[in-house]
Design a protein around this ligand. Structure first.
Ligand SMILES: [Zn+2]
Length: 439
């Protein structure tokens, strides 16, 4: 069986050489398209660029933006800029406990996706059945745009809670299929279908005893889709010299074939960047090009069919974070900060300037975020949540954490804001969402 699978893979790789990344573009990169209009069944590129670990599940509809924060769903009206908790239950206090999760806004997800009139998310809860809690594993759910009618769509675990991988892959939904990882292997299944019939896209799957336990190398994925093609960046691929490298593959759902099309460049090709040199900080694919940022380095662009790499924007920042959208490349500066060092490495914090470029590499705006730090004295970091329809949504973390003190629970004050920074005028704009919680 293994040999058979391997043969299929080899044939698939050979056949797919012409299937992916082919295009006849000129040397100049084209302007990526996503549009402020909302496609009904497509992966939303603009909404999958968050550089904050507090707000990273986002999606949009024609009416507004949805996001998860602290296991709750919020909605920002595009027209008015007003935000609301997405509950709608008249007498709900939106407080979640172990025994009461009935608030409509409660989610605990790695995915937020708009698809065909519904919002999709995942959850890994246990469910009370006949007096006992039954583990259901990771499942996909849908709900109405007003937060009502949460329905289980399909399981994303072959065995409930059986996923052996410690890293999280955020699933995506694109043109009728869900793409997800289980124990280090990547799969796709029809939206709503039983995943026992899922297609294995990448990674090894042992099916000898039917339990789908895989030979896990702790690989995980960053998923993407553009037009008919699906892309997956495999993280943690071990190289011959023992280091790890991000490697990009393209999957064609029509032919069920995938192939490697890009790998994070060598330092000798592009110069040094940050501390790892093996992982791409942020990336964006459109029309056969990958645009990517290497923290502490520059913005680059590779034409995937020719593998020709060009420097798009020369940046002179000690550190930074980029977010891409259909029209703009936004970069926020960062400073290395050993106070943030949880993992033993220097963390990056701050962020007091936004640089907005177009896809010709031209600087459009340079916007100071200094006023944010003046308005909120405890603010210590700004992050780009997303950029859409002429605005950059900047998330501000002003939490005063008691983590370094003995009395964590009584010392922490959570304070968070979302600013809608206007690109055309270069102004900070309004606070469209705020959150305050004292412990
Ligand atoms: Zn509620």
């Amino acid at each position: 069986m293994k040999h058979f699978l391997a043969l299929i893979l080899v044939v698939a790789l050979a056949l797919s050489l012409a299937a992916c990344g082919d295009n006849n573009h000129a040397v100049l990169p084209s302007i990526p398209s996503d549009g402020s209009d909302v496609l009904e069944t497509d992966f939303q590129k603009n909404m999958n660029q968050s550089t904050s670990t507090n707000i990273y599940c986002l999606c949009k509809t024609t009416d507004g933006y949805y996001f998860q924060f602290d296991c709750m769903l919020y909605f920002i009206d595009r027209e008015t800029g007003d935000s609301t908790i997405l509950c709608g239950k008249p007498d709900c206090n939106h407080v979640i406990s172990e025994f009461n999760k009935s608030c409509n806004a409660y989610v605990y997800t790695n995915l937020l996706s708009y698809y065909n009139g519904k919002i999709y998310y995942t959850n890994s809860d246990a469910v009370l059945e006949n007096g006992n809690y039954v583990r259901k594993g990771e499942r996909l759910f849908s709900m109405n745009l007003d937060g009502t009618e949460h329905d289980a769509v399909q399981s994303l675990d072959f065995i409930p809670d059986g996923d052996t991988n410690n890293f999280i892959t955020e699933p995506i939904i694109h043109r009728g299929y869900v793409y997800f990882s289980y124990s280090g292997a990547l799969y796709t299944a029809k939206l709503g279908a039983d995943i026992e019939n899922a297609t294995l896209i990448y990674g090894k799957q042992k099916t000898d005893d039917g339990s789908h336990v895989v030979d896990s190398k702790e690989q995980y994925y960053e998923l993407w889709a553009d037009g008919d093609l699906v892309y997956f960046m495999v993280k943690n691929i071990q190289q011959g010299n023992g280091t790890y490298k991000d490697t990009l593959f393209c999957y064609d759902p029509q032919s069920n074939q995938s192939k490697q099309i890009w790998q994070v460049p060598e330092k000798s090709e592009v110069g040094t960047w940050d501390t790892t040199g093996v992982s791409v900080s942020q990336w964006y694919i459109s029309d056969g090009y990958i645009y990517f940022y290497l923290c502490g380095n520059d913005i680059w662009c590779t034409e995937l069919s020719t593998e020709k790499t060009t420097k798009l924007i020369d940046l002179d920042l000690e550190a930074g974070v980029a977010a891409f959208s259909d029209k703009y490349i936004t970069v926020i500066n960062k400073q290395y900060n050993d106070f943030m060092s949880f993992t033993g490495e220097l963390g990056i914090a701050g962020g007091d300037y936004l640089y907005i470029y177009d896809y010709n590499g031209k600087l459009i705006q340079e916007i100071s975020l200094g006023q944010i730090y003046q308005d909120h004295k405890t603010a210590f970091a700004c992050h780009i949540a997303f950029c859409d329809a002429g605005k950059v949504y900047v998330y501000v973390d002003a939490t005063v954490s008691g983590i370094y003190s003995a009395a964590y629970s009584s010392n922490t004050v959570q304070e968070h804001y979302l600013y809608a920074v206007d690109i055309a005028s270069g102004t900070l704009g309004d606070v469209v969402w705020s959150y305050y919680k004292k412990y």
